[in-house]
Design a protein. Structure first.
Length: 182
Protein backbone atom coordinates (compact mmCIF):
# COMPACT_ATOMS: atom_id res chain seq x y z
CA UNK A 1 0.00 0.00 0.00
CA UNK A 2 1.32 3.42 -0.97
CA UNK A 3 1.70 6.03 1.74
CA UNK A 4 -0.08 9.41 1.47
CA UNK A 5 2.20 11.92 -0.19
CA UNK A 6 3.81 9.29 -2.37
CA UNK A 7 4.00 9.53 -6.16
CA UNK A 8 0.64 7.79 -6.69
CA UNK A 9 -1.26 9.02 -3.62
CA UNK A 10 -0.84 12.76 -3.09
CA UNK A 11 -2.13 14.25 0.15
CA UNK A 12 -5.25 16.30 -0.61
CA UNK A 13 -5.75 19.61 1.16
CA UNK A 14 -8.79 21.86 0.89
CA UNK A 15 -7.95 25.54 1.44
CA UNK A 16 -10.76 28.10 1.05
CA UNK A 17 -9.86 31.79 0.63
CA UNK A 18 -12.27 34.25 2.25
CA UNK A 19 -12.43 38.04 2.07
CA UNK A 20 -14.32 40.95 0.56
CA UNK A 21 -14.88 41.26 -3.17
CA UNK A 22 -12.03 42.91 -5.03
CA UNK A 23 -9.27 42.06 -2.54
CA UNK A 24 -7.54 39.84 -5.11
CA UNK A 25 -8.51 36.27 -4.20
CA UNK A 26 -9.00 35.20 -7.81
CA UNK A 27 -5.92 37.10 -9.00
CA UNK A 28 -3.83 35.45 -6.26
CA UNK A 29 -5.16 32.01 -7.13
CA UNK A 30 -4.41 32.41 -10.83
CA UNK A 31 -0.95 33.84 -10.12
CA UNK A 32 -0.20 30.78 -7.97
CA UNK A 33 -1.64 28.31 -10.50
CA UNK A 34 -0.24 29.79 -13.70
CA UNK A 35 2.48 32.25 -12.66
CA UNK A 36 0.66 34.98 -14.60
CA UNK A 37 -0.86 38.28 -13.49
CA UNK A 38 -4.02 39.49 -15.17
CA UNK A 39 -5.32 42.97 -14.33
CA UNK A 40 -9.03 42.07 -14.23
CA UNK A 41 -11.21 39.02 -13.70
CA UNK A 42 -14.94 38.49 -13.73
CA UNK A 43 -16.54 38.65 -10.32
CA UNK A 44 -16.65 35.22 -8.67
CA UNK A 45 -20.21 33.97 -8.40
CA UNK A 46 -20.61 31.72 -5.35
CA UNK A 47 -17.25 29.97 -5.38
CA UNK A 48 -14.77 28.43 -7.78
CA UNK A 49 -12.24 25.79 -6.97
CA UNK A 50 -8.91 24.93 -8.49
CA UNK A 51 -6.31 22.22 -7.99
CA UNK A 52 -2.56 22.61 -7.94
CA UNK A 53 -0.21 19.70 -7.45
CA UNK A 54 3.04 20.48 -5.71
CA UNK A 55 5.80 18.90 -3.73
CA UNK A 56 6.52 20.07 -0.21
CA UNK A 57 9.29 18.61 1.93
CA UNK A 58 9.36 15.50 -0.25
CA UNK A 59 5.59 14.93 -0.09
CA UNK A 60 3.24 15.14 -3.05
CA UNK A 61 0.33 17.45 -2.32
CA UNK A 62 -2.86 18.15 -4.23
CA UNK A 63 -3.97 21.58 -3.06
CA UNK A 64 -7.66 22.33 -3.63
CA UNK A 65 -8.05 26.10 -3.53
CA UNK A 66 -11.61 27.30 -3.00
CA UNK A 67 -11.99 30.88 -4.23
CA UNK A 68 -14.99 32.17 -2.30
CA UNK A 69 -17.09 35.11 -3.55
CA UNK A 70 -16.71 38.25 -1.46
CA UNK A 71 -20.27 39.54 -1.63
CA UNK A 72 -22.46 39.13 1.46
CA UNK A 73 -25.24 37.49 -0.55
CA UNK A 74 -23.01 34.41 -1.01
CA UNK A 75 -22.05 33.96 2.65
CA UNK A 76 -24.75 31.32 3.07
CA UNK A 77 -22.39 29.06 1.07
CA UNK A 78 -19.59 29.47 3.61
CA UNK A 79 -20.51 26.45 5.79
CA UNK A 80 -20.12 24.19 2.75
CA UNK A 81 -16.74 25.71 1.96
CA UNK A 82 -15.59 25.23 5.56
CA UNK A 83 -16.72 21.60 5.79
CA UNK A 84 -13.72 19.34 5.26
CA UNK A 85 -11.28 22.23 4.97
CA UNK A 86 -7.70 21.65 6.10
CA UNK A 87 -6.65 25.29 6.32
CA UNK A 88 -8.11 28.74 5.71
CA UNK A 89 -6.79 31.94 4.16
CA UNK A 90 -8.39 35.25 5.10
CA UNK A 91 -7.44 38.01 2.68
CA UNK A 92 -7.80 41.78 2.63
CA UNK A 93 -6.45 44.64 0.49
CA UNK A 94 -3.78 46.74 2.25
CA UNK A 95 -5.03 49.83 0.34
CA UNK A 96 -8.70 49.53 1.39
CA UNK A 97 -9.16 49.71 5.15
CA UNK A 98 -12.80 48.59 4.97
CA UNK A 99 -11.66 45.18 3.65
CA UNK A 100 -9.49 44.79 6.75
CA UNK A 101 -12.29 45.97 9.07
CA UNK A 102 -14.69 43.47 7.45
CA UNK A 103 -12.41 40.57 8.44
CA UNK A 104 -14.16 40.61 11.82
CA UNK A 105 -17.46 39.85 10.06
CA UNK A 106 -15.83 37.13 7.94
CA UNK A 107 -14.31 35.58 11.03
CA UNK A 108 -17.66 35.61 12.85
CA UNK A 109 -19.41 33.87 9.94
CA UNK A 110 -16.53 31.39 9.68
CA UNK A 111 -16.57 30.62 13.43
CA UNK A 112 -20.34 30.05 13.39
CA UNK A 113 -20.00 27.70 10.41
CA UNK A 114 -17.01 25.95 11.90
CA UNK A 115 -18.79 25.29 15.24
CA UNK A 116 -20.86 22.71 13.41
CA UNK A 117 -17.73 20.90 12.20
CA UNK A 118 -15.54 21.62 15.27
CA UNK A 119 -12.40 21.72 13.17
CA UNK A 120 -9.17 23.16 14.54
CA UNK A 121 -7.82 24.71 11.36
CA UNK A 122 -4.64 26.64 10.67
CA UNK A 123 -5.65 30.10 9.47
CA UNK A 124 -3.36 32.46 7.57
CA UNK A 125 -3.98 36.20 7.21
CA UNK A 126 -2.91 37.67 3.87
CA UNK A 127 -2.64 41.35 2.97
CA UNK A 128 -2.82 41.76 -0.80
CA UNK A 129 -1.60 44.38 -3.28
CA UNK A 130 1.81 44.91 -1.69
CA UNK A 131 2.90 46.45 -5.00
CA UNK A 132 0.68 49.41 -4.00
CA UNK A 133 2.60 50.01 -0.75
CA UNK A 134 2.48 53.79 -1.29
CA UNK A 135 -1.33 53.67 -1.09
CA UNK A 136 -1.44 51.57 2.10
CA UNK A 137 -4.27 52.37 4.54
CA UNK A 138 -3.83 49.37 6.86
CA UNK A 139 -0.74 49.57 9.07
CA UNK A 140 1.20 46.30 8.99
CA UNK A 141 1.40 46.29 12.80
CA UNK A 142 -2.42 46.37 13.02
CA UNK A 143 -2.69 43.33 10.74
CA UNK A 144 -0.04 41.45 12.72
CA UNK A 145 -1.95 42.21 15.94
CA UNK A 146 -5.24 41.00 14.39
CA UNK A 147 -3.57 37.74 13.33
CA UNK A 148 -2.07 37.19 16.80
CA UNK A 149 -5.28 38.14 18.64
CA UNK A 150 -7.21 35.58 16.58
CA UNK A 151 -4.61 32.80 16.86
CA UNK A 152 -3.81 32.77 13.14
CA UNK A 153 -0.64 30.89 12.20
CA UNK A 154 0.93 33.90 10.50
CA UNK A 155 0.48 37.12 8.57
CA UNK A 156 1.94 37.54 5.09
CA UNK A 157 1.69 40.40 2.61
CA UNK A 158 1.85 39.59 -1.08
CA UNK A 159 1.56 41.02 -4.55
CA UNK A 160 -0.13 38.98 -7.24
CA UNK A 161 1.18 41.56 -9.74
CA UNK A 162 4.88 41.10 -8.91
CA UNK A 163 4.50 37.57 -7.53
CA UNK A 164 6.09 38.59 -4.22
CA UNK A 165 5.32 36.07 -1.45
CA UNK A 166 2.68 34.21 -3.50
CA UNK A 167 4.48 30.85 -3.42
CA UNK A 168 5.53 31.48 0.20
CA UNK A 169 2.01 32.00 1.50
CA UNK A 170 0.73 28.77 -0.04
CA UNK A 171 3.82 26.95 1.28
CA UNK A 172 3.16 28.42 4.75
CA UNK A 173 -0.45 27.22 4.93
CA UNK A 174 0.49 23.83 3.43
CA UNK A 175 3.32 23.28 5.92
CA UNK A 176 0.98 24.15 8.81
CA UNK A 177 -1.54 21.62 7.54
CA UNK A 178 1.12 18.92 7.19
CA UNK A 179 2.37 19.65 10.73
CA UNK A 180 -1.20 19.40 12.07
CA UNK A 181 -1.91 16.00 10.48
CA UNK A 182 1.34 14.39 11.65
Amino acid sequence: MKEPGSETHPIKFKVPIFGDGGVGKTTLTHRFLNGVFKETYQLTIGMDFYIKKLELDGKKISLQIWDFAGEKKFRFLLPGAVMGANGIIFMYDITRYITFKNLTDWLTVFNEANEIHDQKLPILLVGSKLDLEGMRTVPKEEAIKFAKDNNFIDYIECSSKSGENVEELFATISKSIVKKIK
